[in-house]
Design a protein around this ligand. Structure first.
Ligand SMILES: Cc1ncc(COP(=O)(O)O)c(C=O)c1O
Length: 375
């Protein structure tokens, strides 16, 4: 059997990983500033994470949501404490798309409306409604097309007001920092505008925090920088440090009923153990403060460099926009300097490392990119 060939891959096979480094099958070490796409939040193979998962696997790995799973309550409690959203409710699933799918569905159950506002360059996942709210026609299958999604320009408060005046809006879904779209930071004023329009029209504010959440921006949710409370926050990626887990946290104004949402795998014992280990390490090692400090350092230093068009981001979610003639820099970083980075089309290098990145790691990257920009 062949694999269904949907991923263009680098010719590298990773066989070992630790902290912010990975090694290939030939023993070559790489600095990982990509984190497998913002997934590695506490560092690869963190000892506490490995221990907690291994111990859990020796007890019970999975049982369904038809029995009590106290690990779920423990996770909800700790997540409430670390995120500061103690009065919210947690629903667990398995991926970012699934989190957004459930959030949109819940919004529509809540107010009975159908129209979703999403933004240009947004990415919300590949399942039916999540992909319909994603601004990339190439990945929307005919069956996913719907006129229930209204795409608005990014940061255009007037277009937002007009959309609210002319439609019965169900929800606004927005990434606090667009990831796939090229690291675009939503301004506090724009997020506050969304909050006030949602309040005025009984619409649901969905903060897609799948990539920009979980401490990456220097606050638990990037929307926290704007001082607003979303109605639903969606999460995945960094939540399990590589173990597949997603979730939504839901404002107390939503009332649950049996069968409203559901999943086979969501909230299983192993996934909860992984997510608990992540939150324990984030708190014990002050990783959110570290993300802010190292992120600020990186952005300050990057802004001093020549040839870069723009440096955008917050915390350890950084976009470096390069002119077209420097499009090759990302490949040089990987194959010459042995540093993994992410990208956004056409010419943005995306840094999405572990929140435990040190100043020494940051300096290793700065030395490499300086050398490339000097050529
Ligand atoms: C902002 C955002 N939302 C949703 C998703 C979808 O997550 P998943 O790939 O886990 O379904 C992604 C994935 O890149 C994302 O960046």
């Amino acid at each position: 059997m062949q694999l269904f060939n949907v991923y263009p891959v680098n010719d590298i096979t990773i066989t070992k990983a630790e902290g912010s480094y990975v090694w290939d099958d030939k023993g070559q070490q790489y600095l990982d500033l990509y984190g497998g796409h913002a997934v590695i939040s506490i560092g690869h193979t963190h000892p506490h994470y490995v221990k907690r998962l291994t111990e859990q696997l020796g007890k019970v790995g999975f049982y369904s949501n038809s029995v009590h799973i106290p690990l779920q309550q423990q996770l909800a409690k700790l997540l409430g404490q670390v995120s500061g959203k103690e009065d919210y409710q947690l629903f667990l699933c398995n991926s970012g798309a699934e989190a957004n799918e459930n959030a949109l569905k819940l919004a529509s159950f809540h107010n009975g409306n159908k129209k979703i506002i999403a933004f240009k360059k947004s990415f919300h996942g590949r399942t039916s409604l999540a992909v319909a709210a994603t601004d990339n026609p190439a990945i929307v299958a005919p069956v996913n097309e719907t006129d229930n999604v209204i795409f608005l320009p990014w940061e255009d408060p007037v277009a937002l007001e007009v959309a609210f005046q002319t439609n019965e809006i169900c929800a606004v879904i927005i990434e606090g920092i667009q990831g796939v779209g090229g690291i675009n930071v939503a301004s506090p004023a724009f997020l506050q505008k969304i909050r006030s329009l949602c309040d005025a029209h009984n619409a649901v504010y969905i903060a897609d925090s799948v990539q920009c959440g979980y401490g990456r921006s220097g606050k638990f949710f990037s929307h926290d920088h704007a001082g607003v409370q979303a109605d639903i926050y969606t999460m995945a990626k960094g939540m399990g440090n590589g173990f597949p887990i997603g979730g939504i946290i839901i404002s107390p104004k939503f009332k649950a009923s049996y069968g409203m949402l559901g999943t086979t795998f969501g909230g299983n014992h192993l996934a909860c153990a992984a997510a608990l280990a992540v939150l324990e390490v984030i708190s014990q090692e002050n990783l959110i403060a570290n993300a802010e400090a190292i992120g600020n350092y990186l952005m300050t230093e990057l802004k001093k460099l020549p040839k870069i068009k723009e440096v955008r981001g917050r915390g350890l979610m950084i976009g470096i926009e390069l002119p077209a003639e420097l499009a090759h820099v990302k490949k040089e970083l990987l194959f010459k300097h042995k540093i993994f980075t992410g990208e956004a089309k056409p010419n943005v290098i995306r840094l999405l490392p572990s929140l435990a990145l040190t100043k020494e790691h940051a300096d290793q990257f700065l030395t490499a990119i300086k050398q490339e920009l000097a050529n």
